[in-house]
Ligand binder design. Structure first.
Ligand SMILES: NC(=O)c1ccc[n+]([C@@H]2O[C@H](COP(=O)([O-])OP(=O)(O)OC[C@H]3O[C@@H](n4cnc5c(N)ncnc54)[C@H](OP(=O)(O)O)[C@@H]3O)[C@@H](O)[C@H]2O)c1
Length: 302
């Protein structure tokens, strides 16, 4: 019988790609959203009031949790930081509490996580899953997020966390925004330009979620990043080359980024080398391990 997958936060960029792939593969997909809908396959929840439709958990053989306030949507005020953390930790807690109560429980819980876990070191080290978390706002957020996901292990549910790098797609996410200055002919490295940009192509990421569902021995945390390590300067240079635009503008100084974006500028100014060997050793094969391939295939570039 086809398995049922509930995707919390599945209305977003990553969720849409996973839903499409799983549906094509014959899974029954339902979404858990803060917006009420008459659609048969959408359930409602609201972590702030603790409401979740119990039928959502009863439906699920597998839960994928992608829910969370966008980290680059607004400046990181105290209130916004609280929202970034709570929209991940309290949503996970709500899913967990409802799962505990539910007579029919899922067999697998898969949580999105992020490579922000390792902190903003800008060192030359290649980080692996067993490394310690960093000690900045994002690292602490991801640490708490993963800790809440681990509660599912206490009720014997297979639990997998995928630490995502920047997800690249031709249509949505960070790439269309990064292209704007380059298109205007003013593309340049950000800050030192030496910071690494762990990335994964959207279709590879959707395939990785499917891989986790179908490989029932997986029960751990995995970095979801392409094997290619690229720094900000080389990435921006590739974009300019692909768009046939100049790339001679001076670097955008870090202090300008900090002035405009405040603490949130860390997302653009720092980045580590991250290993994806662990998931590859389990048998996952990346289709896209060259950022130029993503760029070449991006419809909005042409
Ligand atoms: N995209 C990336 O490059 C990237 C990189 C690293 C990690 N991640 C993580 O992967 C997950 C999915 O990413 P995405 O790009 O698909 O994100 P997205 O497009 O922003 O979608 C996330 C979904 O979460 C729900 N959501 C948004 N704000 C929320 C809030 N305040 N409280 C509760 N739910 C909220 C929304 O669903 P409803 O409105 O239907 O409730 C939304 O569709 C996120 O947690 C993100 O942090 C993404």
């Amino acid at each position: 019988m086809n398995k049922n997958v509930l995707i919390a936060g599945g209305t977003g960029f990553v969720g849409k790609a996973i839903s499409k792939l799983l549906t094509e593969k014959g899974y029954n997909v339902a979404l858990l959203s803060r917006t009420k809908s008459d659609k048969k396959n959408t359930y409602f929840w609201d972590y702030q009031t603790g409401i979740i439709e119990p039928e959502s958990i009863e439906f699920a053989d597998i839960i994928i949790n992608l829910a969370g306030e966008n980290i680059s949507g607004k400046r990181w005020s105290k209130k916004q930081k609280q929202k970034i953390v709570e929209s991940r930790v309290l949503t996970t807690n709500l899913l967990f509490e409802q799962t505990k109560k539910s007579i029919k429980k899922p067999i697998c819980y898969i949580s999105a996580s992020a490579v922000g876990y390792y902190g903003n070191t800008n060192s030359d080290k290649i980080f692996i899953e067993e490394d310690k978390p960093g000690n900045d706002f994002l690292a602490n957020t991801v640490y708490e997020w993963e800790k809440s996901a681990d509660n599912f292990k206490t009720i014997n549910i297979r639990t997998v966390k995928l630490r995502l790098g920047v997800v690249l797609s031709e249509k949505e996410g960070a790439l269309p925004k990064m292209i704007i200055p380059v298109k205007l002919g003013i593309g340049s490295p950000i800050g030192s330009g030496k910071q690494f940009m762990p990335w994964i192509e959207i279709n590879d990421l959707a395939r990785m979620f499917l891989f986790v569902i179908e490989n029932e021995n997986l029960n751990s945390v995995y970095n979801a990043v392409s094997p290619q390590q690229i720094n900000n300067r080389d990435f921006m240079k590739s974009l300019a080359k692909e768009l046939k635009k100049p790339f001679f503008f001076p670097k955008i100084p870090s202090f300008i980024m900090k002035l405009f974006f405040g603490e949130m500028s860390q997302i653009l100014l720092t980045g580590n080398k991250i290993s994806s060997e662990k998931i590859q050793k389990e048998g996952f094969v990346f289709n896209c391990n060259d950022v130029n391939y993503v760029l070449k295939n991006s419809k909005f570039i042409r």
